[in-house]
Design a protein around this ligand. Sequence first.
Ligand SMILES: [Zn+2]
Length: 455
Amino acid sequence: MMKISNAKTVDGKIISLEIENHLISKVTESSAIDEKNGLNAINAINAINAKGKLILPGLVDLHTHLREPGREDSETVASASKAATAGGYTAISAMANTNPVADTAGVVEQVYRLGVEAGYCEVNPIGAVTKGLNGEQLAELGAMADSIARVRIFSDDGKCVSDPLLMRRALEYVKTFNGLIAQHAQDPRLTINSQMNEGVISSRIGLVGWPAVAEESIIARDILLADHVGSRLHICHVTTAGGVALIRWAKQRGIQVTAEVTPHHLLLTDDLVENYDPIYKVNPPLRTEKDVWALREALADGTIDIVATDHAPHPSEDKDCEWQAAAFGMVGLETSLSVVVKSMIDSKLMSWSTLVERMSTKPAQIAGYEKQGRDLTVGSPANLFLLDPSAKWLVRRDRLNSKSKNTPFEGMELPAVITDVFYNGIQTISDSKVVPVPISNSLNLNFLHQGKDLN
Ligand SMILES: [Zn+2]
């Protein structure tokens, strides 16, 4: 049994909470800090006095590049799981652009098993929409849905499903099992060799531009397709004010579209590219300040439903090179919450309870992760974490748990320090450090999807 006392919830209550057998077994509310209880808690084993700390349900990421199988030099399922738990995540979603591509039941099951073995968070595989991400033929969507990984989200992320007929077929196919197509909106013909946002800065420094319309034209097309076939559509990493306007329009018409924004697109702008530092090279690219403000406003009012990290690890040899040769992408699992706090809460655009909605409740609902994003009430799976909202921390790349260190926030002081994390009732972070999980957590193969036979 574990007891957490004197924790403050996002709606301002002071609670004590007990964890037993992977579940929240008891919650008591008190009107003020219970000093006595707190002191007892300090002295007891398996007790945390959370005075001054916020308690939140575990975060849920719907967009994570884990690189395994194929690029274990960048990241593995195990190292990404540790980075995820350090960032307050109790569930992540493994993108399909691995080598081999996750386009069959065999590959998604492999990734799923590696996640369970690691034991630090739920690892839910995303399946490819098309075979080999080649955009020509649908992958084995049904077989992946029926596998032990029970895939419900499909995406060719990294690439766009640019053929409108294939996109239509995919949307129709996944409707039968309430699946979701997550589109990486990038018209390939409008972005040939594109390197950064098309605008004043790309003209000045001579890099090939990536026009906003390349993203917006795909968003517009897919919204209309989703409406036409009555399917759910999810737009990955929206970056432009125009994209936000299209999604707002679609939602007003009742079209089933959801959308995500990354932490880096909420904080960073394309003028950072001026020194040709590839740490800022990312797909989709950093945009303008006007876009950043449109994204923040959209996340606050719910036009953009969720935050997703697009955690994209790359080893230094793929990043510490000339701009043109460098890989696209940034790591994000360990900085995500703090960057959202800095851009949304410190700027008074969003409350802590809305942050929980955007980073835990809603992503769990969109993906159908039943053990995630739950209220902190008796009977809920104990997926939760504590943070100190008044403390700050300095981002140091060599202290990240991710195998790759390509963070654009190096040297930045960020708000909110995560101190303790519980996944499946087991403490995975203590005093802001990863703790080894017991074998029982990592090999509890039936935990995630009870009743599924793993033979
Ligand atoms: Zn993408």
